[in-house]
Design a protein around this ligand. Structure first.
Ligand code: NDP
Length: 249
């Protein structure tokens, strides 16, 4: 295995759910973790928790839809720690609704955060990884980026299919050429704050019913999978991680 000790990590969407759980796992493994999101109060609380457990964290206010904000955060991390080894592109939103509700602002936000956010962060981190001829980028797709679920998921699924396609294309272009590993993680239903962004009354109820039908993954289960992929030996690229609750179809 490849030790994570002293590795420099950037995690987007670290203020809750999967991102926060992964930050804690990396920090516990000895990595220095840049924790990025918009809610700085949550980041400061997480930073304190990590530090109290003996780890190191840097809180970075970042809106992944804003290139300037992304570049400023990445530069702040590079100025502080000098390099960047692992990036977990995890920030995402899933406001569910029917197409015939025409919640076009929510569609647009999903495209901006889930797709453009991944592109913005990738563009900001790649130059330093190419220069150091090493690195690992983990992008968050979803079970909804592998198959369709029907009602309410159309735009979200479209964004996650895009992440899956981009991630495999990215791997093909940069892994061999620049010695940078690329992983697509496709989680199934995981306990987090993801459902909170749904404003459609019908879908709020539907998601609660759906979640009640199975034992959800804990955010820390996905964190374990990310740690597994990133701690594989240098010559091993875990290109895809498809992690589902046992009871999810
Ligand atoms: P959470 O809602 O708990 O976390 C989402 C994170 O994304 C938050 O930290 C939020 O931080 C951040 N975020 C949202 N918008 C932005 C933005 N514009 N700029 C920066 N950060 C942003 O959900 P999860 O932990 O579940 O989600 C993590 C990822 O996992 C997402 O990509 C999601 O699509 C994916 N996923 C989740 C599944 C699940 O069942 N939970 C299943 C499959 C995939 P803040 O609001 O502070 O900016």
């Amino acid at each position: 295995m490849n030790t994570l000790n002293e590795k420099i990590v950037l995690i987007t969407g670290a203020s809750s759910g999967i991102g926060a759980a992964t930050a804690k796992k990396f920090a516990a493994a000895g990595a220095k973790v840049g924790i990025a999101a918009r809610r700085t109060d949550r980041l400061e609380a997480l930073k304190l928790e990590i530090e109290q457990a003996g780890g190191q964290a840097l809180s970075l206010q970042m809106d992944v839809t804003d290139k300037v904000s992304v570049e400023a955060s990445v530069n702040a991390l590079l100025d502080t720690w000098g390099r960047l080894d692992i990036v977990f592109n995890n920030a995402g939103v899933m406001p569910m609704s029917g197409i015939d509700e025409f919640k076009t602002d929510e569609w647009e936000n999903m495209v901006d955060v889930n797709i453009k956010g991944v592109l913005n962060v990738t563009a900001a981190v790649l130059p330093s990884m190419i220069k150091q001829h090493s690195g690992h980028i983990v992008n968050t797709s979803s079970v909804a980026g592998r198959r369709l679920f029907g009602q309410g998921f159309a735009v979200y699924s479209a964004t996650k299919y895009a992440v899956s396609a981009f991630t495999e294309g990215l791997r093909m272009e940069i892994s061999k050429a620049h010695n940078i590993r690329v992983t697509s993680i496709q989680p199934g239903a995981t306990e987090s704050e993801l459902l909170n962004s749904t404003t459609s009354e019908g879908y709020k109820e539907m998601t609660t019913t759906f979640s009640g039908q199975m034992t959800l993954l804990a955010a820390s289960d996905i964190a374990d999978a990310v740690v597994f992929a990133t701690s594989a030996p240098e010559h091993v690229n875990v290109a895809e991680l498809y992690v589902l609750p046992t009871s999810q179809f």
